[in-house]
Design a protein around this ligand. Structure first.
Ligand code: SAM
Length: 256
C-alpha cells in the first residue's frame, strides 16, 4: 500500500524542522513539490535545502508539479466557488502524482509550510483524492511550527492572556468586524493590512513578516503608532522580494 507523510516544515527558519519531521523525511522515497512560480521560488529552494541537509543523497526522488493558479480577484459570494475550483484542480494533480509517480510500496511526502493543521489545504485535498477511490494510500501528519507560534515567540509574548480565549482568523474575516467574545486575535492571510481599520481603538499589534527568514521584520505597539511603520516596511519587502507573508496578533485592552 502506498504511504504518504504530510510533513510540517516550519514557517521559514530551517532550524524549525522537528526531529520527528527529519525522521519522516528520511523515511520518504518521493517528495512532491508544488511550484508556485518564479516569485516564490525561494520557498521551493528552502525545501530543497532541507532535503540536502537532512536526507542522504541518492535515497529519494523529487517530483515537481505546477500549482494551479487561484483566482484571487473573486471576492464576496464568488470567493468559495473560486476556492473550490482551485482545490479540485489541486486534487487532480495530487491524484496523478500519487498514482503515477509513487510505486505501490513506496512512501511519498508533501512538505507543508508551517503546520499542516493551520490554513493549509493539503489534508482536505488528500481526503478528496481518497474519496474519489481511484488510488489507495494511507497518510500520517507530522506537526510543524506554525507562523503563529513563530510570531509570538519572536515577540516574546503569549497567544492568550490568563484564562482568556484567543481566535485565529483571516484578514478577510477581520474586515467584516472585530470577532465577538475575544480580545486576542491572530490574523493570517491579510493582503490588505486590515488592522488599519482599528487604528482608532485601544489595541496593540504584534506584527511580523517573513518570520524566521533573513528578511524577517517585526513591529509592535499601539496600532495607530505602529501602522505607518508596518506599511512602509511591508511595501519595501514587497518591492524587493515580490511577495510578503505576514501575520499579526491584535490585543485589545479591556474598557475601564
Ligand atoms: C496559507 S497560510 C499557511 C499557514 C501555515 N500552515 C502555518 O502554519 O503558518 C499562509 C499565511 O501564513 C502566514 N505565514 C506563513 N509563513 C509566515 C512567515 N514566515 N512570516 C509571517 N507570516 C507567515 C501568513 O499570514 C500567510 O498569509
Amino acid at each position: 500500500m502506498r504511504r504518504i507523510h504530510v510533513i510540517g516544515i516550519g514557517a521559514g527558519d530551517p532550524d524549525q524542522l522537528t526531529l520527528q519531521a527529519v525522521k519522516a523525511l528520511r523515511d520518504t522515497d518521493v517528495f512532491f513539490v508544488l511550484d508556485k512560480g518564479e516569485a516564490k521560488a525561494d520557498l521551493v529552494e528552502l525545501r530543497r535545502d532541507m532535503l540536502r541537509t537532512h536526507v542522504p543523497e541518492g535515497t529519494y526522488r523529487v517530483v515537481r508539479a505546477r500549482d494551479p493558479e487561484r483566482d484571487r480577484s473573486a471576492g464576496g459570494a464568488a470567493y468559495s466557488p473560486a476556492v473550490e475550483d482551485w482545490r479540485r484542480a489541486r486534487a487532480d494533480i495530487y491524484e496523478r502524482l500519487i498514482a503515477e509517480e509513487l510505486g505501490e510500496d513506496e512512501t511519498g511526502a508533501f512538505l507543508v509550510w508551517g503546520d499542516p493543521a493551520l490554513y493549509d489545504s493539503t489534508l482536505g485535498i488528500l481526503e478528496e483524492v481518497l474519496a474519489r477511490g481511484t488510488v489507495e494510500f494511507t497518510y500520517d501528519v507530522v506537526p510543524g511550527i506554525s507562523s503563529v507560534s513563530a510570531l509570538v515567540a519572536r515577540h516574546r509574548t503569549g497567544l492568550n492572556r490568563v484564562a482568556r480565549p484567543v481566535q485565529i482568523t483571516t484578514g478577510r474575516r477581520l474586515a467584516e468586524g472585530f470577532p465577538e467574545g475575544v480580545d486576542d486575535v491572530v490574523v493570517m492571510l491579510d493582503a490588505h493590512q486590515v488592522f488599519r481599520q482599528y487604528a482608532d481603538q485601544d489595541i496593540d499589534i504584534y506584527w511580523g513578516a517573513c518570520i524566521g527568514t533573513p528578511d524577517e521584520v517585526l513591529v509592535s505597539g499601539p496600532i495607530a503608532e505602529a501602522a505607518p511603520r508596518i506599511e512602509r516596511l511591508r511595501a519595501e519587502l514587497r518591492e524587493r522580494k515580490g511577495w510578503v507573508m505576514d501575520t499579526y496578533l491584535l490585543r485589545r485592552h479591556p474598557k475601564e
